[in-house]
Design a protein around this ligand. Sequence first.
Ligand code: ADP
Ligand code: GLC
Length: 487
Amino acid sequence: MMQVLSVASEAYPLVKTGGLGDVVGALPGALSGHGIMVTTLLPGYPAVRAHIGDAPLVHHYPNLMGAEARILASYINGFPLLVLDAPALFQRDGGPYGDRSGADWPDNWRRFAALGRAGADLASGAIPNWRFDLLHAHDWHAGLAPAYLSYAPGPGAAAPSLMTIHNIAFQGRFDISIFPFLGLPPRAYTIDGVEYYNGVGFLKAGLASAQAITAVSPGYAREIREPAFGMGMEGLIRTRGGAVSGILNGIDPKIWNPQSDAALAARYDSHNLAMRRTNKRAIESGFGLTQGDGPLFTVISRLSWQKGMDVLAEQLDTLVALGGRLALLGTGDRPLEAKFRAAAGRHPGRIAVALGYDEKLSHLLQGGADAILIPSRFEPCGLTQLYGLAYGCVPVAARTGGLGDTIIDANEAALAQGVATGILFDGVSNESLANALQRTVSLYARRDAWSKMQVQGMAADFSWHQSGARYAELYTRLVQGRADLKT
Ligand code: ADP
Ligand code: GLC
């Protein structure tokens, strides 16, 4: 059986700040049907340590990037889990990347260099009794793992590596002064290695060193070749051309299925959509919203510029004027939180916000709201539109990245053909969003067309079935050494 080591900073249900956690958590299950065993390597954050209890020791590092560390073996969702337990680096109050105030930990380079080093040691066979056929690194946190494999592999035969970009905007860029502490040879500090704009780039290092690169949707794989989306990496992405592909994320039907979802007030399928009303009532009473004829919109999102939340905040009066209501669940930029709170104050009963992170509530909102708003400026894949589609919560989204790849816009032709699944708009601006809100409200009034859209979205298959097969194919090609190799 092929053995893959998946290295990441998040994996649901142990640690999740966004879609990365969902995807890394689902990957082992998505690949198991293909005869591939995925072992996940995570940092030993407090929640991860609490989950594994007294786990057996795999390896002891007296000094890993200046900290004592151990690798411990356990399980996540029934699949093998390795935990990098380094209390000095990971046992902290706050989030995986920063303290409670939201400020990044100043030693993030050291924390994630340690993760990369441990991943590379495992994947190069440097740790007795452990061997992997392939290393799969996710986002900048794991970006040094492929670089260590290629520049300082250790005694074993290095496995090939795959670098997946979940979000190219988060790059892990640090001052040049950290380079001597990374344990990489001087020749790694070049434009073909870890050097990035006169500093060290962790994602850059992974992209330059891995045998293959994937982005989390075909659309995003194309977009990041351009300056508007590549965020400085577009040149490198183009250079790696043939090694770059897009594989869409899937959703885990055990967690996201309206027929069996314990977080819902009422469960349903596409034959009894009327049951959604019970969930809607639960949202209305929980959020203190009045009932109304217009659509109930939801937002489940990081409140950030990427997500276009600043533009949405400007259009809330429009949303209400059109007869809509909004139940928002989100957390993020403090000034944006304040804007949404102020809008809720201006429109009691029409706009309500839950500022925080609440997994259970996110399910209820998908199960009861009419439409989910996703006005992202860029969206590598996006999962909330996929959950929306599966739950009959119609996505209203910007045509970018994975959103454009997964939603079929309700133009008249698509409606006539019965293939529409949502509303897409081009460019995130006050005008385009106002226009999309207007279109949504009009479509919602056409009850037949609306429910057809819901049913069509629920019939779309965004399970891991297809994407699991694509990863399996790519893994196999890499292991057999037939992938497009480094140019
Ligand atoms: P991103 O990873 O860029 O934040 P995605 O759409 O890929 O965007 O994934 C976001 C994930 O985080 C989804 O599972 C979504 O339901 C969840 N999520 C976002 N904000 C919240 C919140 N405030 N409470 C609960 N879940 C949230
Ligand atoms: C990132 C992206 C999001 C994607 C997720 C999982 O957080 O912003 O679009 O769905 O990763 O791949």
